[in-house]
Ligand binder design. Structure first.
Ligand code: FAD
Length: 145
C-alpha cells in the first residue's frame, strides 16, 4: 500500500548549503533502496523545511521516525498523511525547491500573506503548493530515480 506523508520542521542551527546538501545526499543514497520518492522544500530565511515523502507505508513510517529523531531540526509537525493510488513525485528520489525563489502569486494562492509559513498550511494546501511547484518546474535541484 502506498502512502504520502507531508510535514514541516525548523532547522535547529542556521540553514546553509552544507546542511541541505548533506540531507539531499543521504536521501538520494537511501530512498531508492526503500522505494521512497519525494520533494524537499527549504526556506532559508525562516529555517523551515517542507517535505513530502511517498512510498510503502512501512518504509515511509520508518523514515519519518528517523527524520523526527534527527537533531538537525525540530518542531517537526505532521501536516498530512494519506493512502494514495499513485505517486505524485515518482520521478524524484528527492527534489529540492527553494521557497524563497517561488513566485509571489504562487505563495499568495496558499498563504494569507507574502511570507509563506508552512506551519500555517493545511495538509491539502501544502500538497497543492508542492504539486504546483512540480508543475511549474520550480525544482532547482533534481535527480531522477
Ligand atoms: P544510518 O543510521 O546509517 O541508516 C539508517 C538505517 O536505516 C540504514 O540501515 C538504512 O538502510 C535504514 N533505512 C533508512 N531509511 C529506511 C526506510 N525508509 N525503511 C527502512 N529502513 C531504512 N534521510 C533519508 O534517508 N531520506 C530522506 O528523504 C530524508 N529527509 C530528511 C529531511 C530533513 C529535513 C532532515 C533533517 C533529514 C532527512 N533525512 C532523510 C535524514 C534522516 O533524518 C536520517 O539522518 C537518515 O535517514 C539516516 O540515514 P543514514 O544512512 O545516514 O544513517
Amino acid at each position: 500500500m502506498l502512502v504520502r506523508l507531508v510535514y514541516a520542521s525548523r532547522a535547529t542551527e542556521g540553514m546553509d548549503d552544507a546542511l541541505v546538501g548533506s540531507i539531499l545526499e543521504q536521501s538520494r543514497k537511501n530512498n531508492p533502496e526503500h522505494g521512497i520518492t519525494g520533494i524537499l522544500c527549504v526556506h532559508t530565511k525562516g529555517k523551515v523545511f517542507l517535505q513530502a515523502l511517498e512510498g510503502g507505508r512501512t518504509a515511509v513510517n520508518r523514515l519519518y521516525w528517523n527524520i523526527v529523531a534527527d537533531p538537525r531540526h525540530g518542531e517537526v509537525t505532521l501536516l498530512g498523511y494519506d493512502e494514495i493510488e499513485e505517486r505524485r513525485f515518482a520521478n524524484w528520489r528527492m527534489g529540492k525547491v527553494d521557497l524563497e525563489k517561488v513566485s509571489l502569486s504562487s505563495i499568495l494562492r496558499y498563504s494569507d500573506n507574502a511570507d509563506l509559513d508552512p506551519y500555517s498550511l493545511s495538509g491539502r494546501g501544502a500538497l497543492s503548493l508542492l504539486e504546483e511547484l512540480v508543475d511549474s518546474a520550480a525544482i532547482v535541484s533534481r535527480e531522477s530515480g
